[in-house]
Design a protein around this ligand. Sequence first.
Ligand code: DX5
Ligand code: ZN
Length: 213
Amino acid sequence: MQSKIAPSILSAKREILQKEVSEIEPYVELLHVDIMDGKFVPPTTFRPEEIKAVKTKLPKDVHLMVEHPLKDGFIDAYIDAGAASITIHAEAKDDIKTCLAYLKKKGIKRAISINPPTPLSKLSPYLDEVDMVLIMSVNPGWAGQSFISEVLEKVSALRKLKPNLDIEIDGGISKDTIKQAAEAGANVFVAGNAIFNKPDRKKAIEDLRNALP
Ligand code: DX5
Ligand code: ZN
């Protein structure tokens, strides 16, 4: 499977977001956009207008850490902001199948995520209705947390079930953890601090890619 690197702009400087995105754009496959509602997780992040204003050739990979992706209008707002894919959480409170059907109707790539404590079985009803699964390797809410390696068991089990599905991993990915994640079967790697907290972003991305098996 093709490996893809998805820098998370949660770790970028918000005041100069366009410059931050333009700097990494030539070297990566996706742009990871973390959206939080202050309820599913305590913080809030970007407004839809801020994301819409970002000009990039990269597909915007929008990760909704929100309780009500559909009812509260997040899905519509980020489709309008240019999302190529939208990830909702299996722990969210809207009807998940309704959300996935809505995304399909709108022509948006559908993804579903589970937090570290949530078992893989929670995804069973949806696996044939998604284009990607996002396995969280930290508890969501903040960048810069330590990688929880126990989630790799879920990645390996899912890879066995779905040899051709995009499996994204998010949280604590660095040049030291990316190899284990890839060996377990992940092929889409989100990285916040490991890219935007480094002075030389091109080198930081090369370091991640060179650490892949
Ligand atoms: C966590 C977010 C992640 C986060 C990753 O809630 O979903 O995308 O920004 O940041 P790092 O790579 O620093 O753990
Ligand atoms: Zn994320």
